[in-house]
Design a protein around this ligand. Structure first.
Ligand SMILES: CC1=C(CCC(=O)O)c2cc3nc(cc4[nH]c(cc5[nH]c(cc1n2)c(C)c5CCC(=O)O)c(CCC(=O)O)c4C)C(CCC(=O)O)=C3C
Ligand SMILES: [Fe+2]
Length: 368
């Protein structure tokens, strides 16, 4: 058997991401797509786009995805796997439909999708699956028979967990007193209602926060053991949006830094575990805003690098793709996991992480 057979039945990989603008002219059209269906006037979108305009309208996210494709390609080649890696975004070019057209151009019949978001909630999983369904619809008859599967949400994967452990250990080691630092694990805030309904749809909910808390506790343990110190980080949130009347997950990273500054002047160390790369939430909301908050209240501020640049991260994603392929072939798969238990299925449960606004068709799930 040739090594290339290991990704069978898949004949193309689709890296799916959020997307971002690359020029000032693209900002408002991009934000219109992100906020579609919510009737937000363009004047308001110009305000929302402020942090993009401050960088000439260019988000770092697309360049990071171009780089991730190079990293994935290199790892696939190293393993003798010859499968094209296509790229599609939810909110900017190339769109999911462009990637599906490209897949068809390669003669692909079965595509495996990998999203740049590792967690489970509507915004990080089902919304991608809905947009894939819409893209396949948009492709029309040419896409008849094209199957798109996805890998499981991979917060549990060792390639991600170990990258975080290495990065946090290294960041804490730089400090004169690693054990004294206050570790803040940061992720994207979401509406409380979205967290409450995240997960398999069995009424339990809160899978989004639960996944973060479990990764946080494991990192405390592993990094603490590595350093011979007690590490006990807390989970905080960034990038809240939406109306003030709607409750979102708290505490906000800036509020928490202010509170911690009132207790002591020990450094705060931010590990943005909710993100795989340094896109806008990281470079603006953390490196600019939260760093400014820390400076203002007089506490040293350290931001831990995201997994993107870690040499084990892209290879871990390739392991995940191989695992999905074995599953698709009907083999018995023992999922690689860094967090015992609760590995997410690669085919989503009916009603999981629901769209609380309108029900829409979604790919990669048991509910069609
Ligand atoms: C959970 C989650 C992730 C992580 C999972 C994943 O990675 O997908 C994520 C990622 C991202 N979010 C991003 C950008 C934006 N998110 C917005 C709005 C929202 N995000 C939400 C959640 C999430 N977002 C939610 C609940 C909203 C409210 C509106 C809605 O219900 O959708 C808005 C609208 C403006 C605003 O309301 O502020 C923008 C511009 C970018 C691109 C960054 C760049 O350009 O580098 C990325 C990677
Ligand atoms: Fe977002």
């Amino acid at each position: 058997m040739s090594a290339a057979a290991d990704l069978a039945p898949y004949d193309a990989i689709l890296l799916g991401s959020f997307g971002g603008p690359e020029s000032a002219e693209e900002v408002v059209p991009y934000l219109r797509r992100v906020t579609a269906g919510r009737n937000i006037p363009d004047e308001r979108l110009v305000e929302v786009g402020e942090h993009y305009y401050a960088r000439g309208g260019r988000s770092p996210i697309n360049d990071l995805n171009r780089d991730l494709i190079v990293r994935l390609g290199a790892e696939l080649e190293r393993r003798g796997l010859e499968v094209p890696v296509l790229w599609g975004n939810r909110n900017s070019e190339p769109f999911f439909a462009d990637a599906l057209h490209e897949a068809l151009g390669h003669g692909a019949t079965r595509v495996v999708a990998l999203f740049t978001s590792a967690y489970s909630c509507y915004s990080s999983c089902r919304q991608y699956r809905e947009d894939l369904a819409a893209a396949l619809e948009q492709v029309g008859p040419a896409g008849d028979g094209l199957v798109v599967d996805k890998v499981r949400q991979y917060v549990h994967h060792p390639g991600l967990g170990r990258a975080w452990a290495r990065a946090l250990t290294a960041a804490l080691r730089e400090l004169p007193e690693p054990g004294a630092a206050r570790v803040l694990y940061v992720t994207h805030s979401i509406p409380v209602a979205m967290d409450d309904t995240s997960g398999p749809g069995d009424g339990e909910g809160n899978l989004y926060t639960d996944q973060h808390l479990r990764l946080a506790r494991r990192l405390d343990e592993v990094v603490g053991a590595e350093l011979g110190a007690t590490v006990r980080g807390e989970l905080v949130f960034c990038s809240r949006s939406g109306p003030p009347s709607q409750p979102w997950l708290e505490p906000d990273v800036n509020d928490r830094i202010e509170q911690l500054a009132a207790e002591s002047s020990a450094p705060v160390v931010l590990a943005p575990i909710g993100f795989v790369s340094d896109h806008m939430e990281v470079v603006h909301d953390l490196d600019t805003e939260a760093a400014e908050t820390a400076r203002r209240v007089g506490v040293p501020f350290v931001r831990v690098p995201t997994p993107h640049g870690d040499d084990e991260f892209a290879p871990g994603l390739v392991d995940l793709l191989l695992e999905r392929a074995a599953e698709a072939r009907g083999e018995v798969v023992v999922p690689a996991t860094w967090l015992p238990g609760d590995v997410r299925p690669s085919v989503c449960d009916p009603g999981c992480c629901p769209n609380l606004r309108v029900a829409k068709p979604a790919l990669c799930g048991r509910d069609g």
